[in-house]
Design a protein around this ligand. Structure first.
Ligand code: URP
Ligand code: ZN
Ligand code: ZN
Length: 475
């Protein structure tokens, strides 16, 4: 089975060129100028379109149980939205419920993911630093799960002390893994949250007020010291505070393997949305919280200058009913926003249509860097011989309307409802097969395959930072 994509502008993490793509058995065999088809080749005429590597979203929470609630997209609806939005690989967080054995949690997540339409992999959330958890890290690594997450927040449920995080870092490093850290200061938040509640300040704006940016910054500084000590590859996830960028820059200049992820909602939405009338305000509750437009500008600049390495969604919507059933009290609203279906289009508009940065940077932030950091590169995250033929076709002459009722993901907690964006995802190919074409989704539930993760390649990771030397990156 061979297929030739002809006439598009090809964008990879190294550049933009009018190259054709030759695909055989789901894999890219070659790229080249004006490739001659033979009679048995299928040919796709992609003139007028931009073709990019399939986007890779390494931060999702599909069917995540939080207390009595479950996030409102499962692997079926979440992966449908992913494809329609140009994402061909997702990495979801396995999150054991307290007391659950790690192996049982992994098995449970494999069952959930059996209905995925896109290729998928997992990270494992660690909820304590027990011997059992350390054995769990080994078990996970043997199964190709090499990303682990710990929390510096939520003292009642998930927080792990700095000493224990450092023990975990050593273990994660020894299995060739990477650690993802929810970097907020749980003790400070608890104090401010109790003060707000006691004063009767329970409206949604107090969610942001009780998680100020300085506590996120302080947690990031503590984490930096831990990474300096252990040299475990570590990613600060869902960065919302501009000050954290200073920590990342220092790490990068000092050769300390600390990387940074932000999310579209911290770039597109600001904290004033939490002051909208109840219950609309409940749509905007996520942690860390939305912040001011100054923080948003700092984060955009950090993407331009290469201080932040990737943009993921933290896709974690909860139904309107779940968000509002306990009344206007920010401590009772399940946290998380939708984004898996809108990430690429939002970032395309924020980057290219707005003139902030170009296509190759966009591809690095949404596809190549996430694939490298998650140990999926070069199978995913690039268009080169040997890679999976996962491709997104972007039509610059079209328009995207992010209307919840017309999207594949659940309409819950979609903060972009009604937004109109320039351009559209025209088609998506996954492992050489057309899975989305002009609004028609053809990938069936269960089509997605598990992608086991390799040991993290530290030298490849550093190339993420070599923005000024792309030729070194592109070897
Ligand atoms: O509000 C958020 N981010 N919910 C998802 C869980 C997490 O901390 O990533
Ligand atoms: Zn988190
Ligand atoms: Zn998350």
């Amino acid at each position: 089975m061979s297929l030739i994509i002809k006439g598009a502008q090809l964008v990879d993490h190294c550049g933009v060129a009018p190259l054709d793509i030759y695909i055989e058995n789901g894999t890219v065999l070659a790229t080249g100028y004006d490739i001659d088809p033979s009679p048995e080749d299928d040919v796709v005429d992609a003139r007028g379109l931009v073709v990019l590597p399939g986007m890779v979203d390494i931060h999702t929470h599909l069917s995540l149980e939080v207390g009595k609630y479950t996030s409102s997209d499962d692997f079926n609806t979440g992966s449908a939205g992913a494809i329609a939005g140009g994402t061909t690989t997702v990495v979801d967080y396995i999150t054991p419920v307290r007391g659950e054995n790690v192996k049982e949690a992994i098995d449970r997540w494999f069952k959930k993911a059996a209905e995925s339409r896109v290729d998928y992999s997992f990270h494992l959330t660690l909820t304590d630093a027990s011997d059992e958890t350390f054995r769990g890290i080994e078990t996970a690594a043997e199964m190709g799960i090499r990303g682990f997450k710990v929390f510096m927040a939520y003292p009642d449920r998930l927080m792990i002390s700095d000493d224990d995080i450092m023990r975990i870092m050593k273990k994660v490093k020894s299995v060739g893994g990477v650690l993802f850290v929810h970097t907020e200061d749980g003790v400070e938040i608890e104090k401010l949250r109790n003060e707000a509640e006691q004063a009767g300040n329970t409206g949604m704006k107090w969610h942001a007020a009780s998680r100020p940016s300085y506590q996120e910054h302080n947690a990031a500084k503590r984490l930096y010291e831990m990474v300096k000590n252990t040299f475990c590859p570590t990613v600060i996830v869902h960065i919302s505070a501009g000050e954290v960028v200073d920590v990342l820059r220092e790490a990068s200049l000092s050769g300390v393997p600390l990387f940074g992820e932000t999310c579209p909602h911290y770039l597109w939405l600001n904290e004033s949305m939490l002051e909208r009338p109840w219950p609309e305000s409940a749509t905007y509750v996520c942690s860390p919280p939305l912040r001011t437009s100054e923080h948003m500008s700092t984060l955009w600049d950090a993407l331009i200058f290469g201080d932040i390495d990737l943009v993921s969604t933290d896709h974690c919507p909860f139904s309107f009913e779940n968000r509002t059933e306990n009344g206007e009290n920010f401590t009772k609203v399940p946290n998380g926003l939708s984004g898996i279906e809108s990430r690429f289009m939002l970032m395309q508009n924020g980057a290219i249509s707005s003139g902030r940065f170009g296509w190759t940077r966009l591809v690095r932030l949404l596809s190549t860097n996430p694939a490298i950091i998650a140990g999926l590169y070069p199978k995913k995250g690039t268009i080169r011989p040997g890679s999976d033929a996962d491709l997104v076709f972007f039509d610059p002459s079209s328009v995207t309307n992010l209307e919840s009722d017309n999207m594949f993901t659940s309409p819950d907690a979609n903060p972009y409802d009604g937004m109109s964006l320039l351009g559209a995802v025209a088609a998506v190919i996954s492992r050489g097969e057309v899975v989305y074409d002009n609004g028609i989704l053809t990938a069936e539930p269960g089509r997605g395959e598990f992608v086991p993760r390799k040991r993290i390649d530290m030298s490849r990771l550093w190339t993420v930072k070599m923005e000024d030397h792309p030729w070194a990156f592109c070897q």
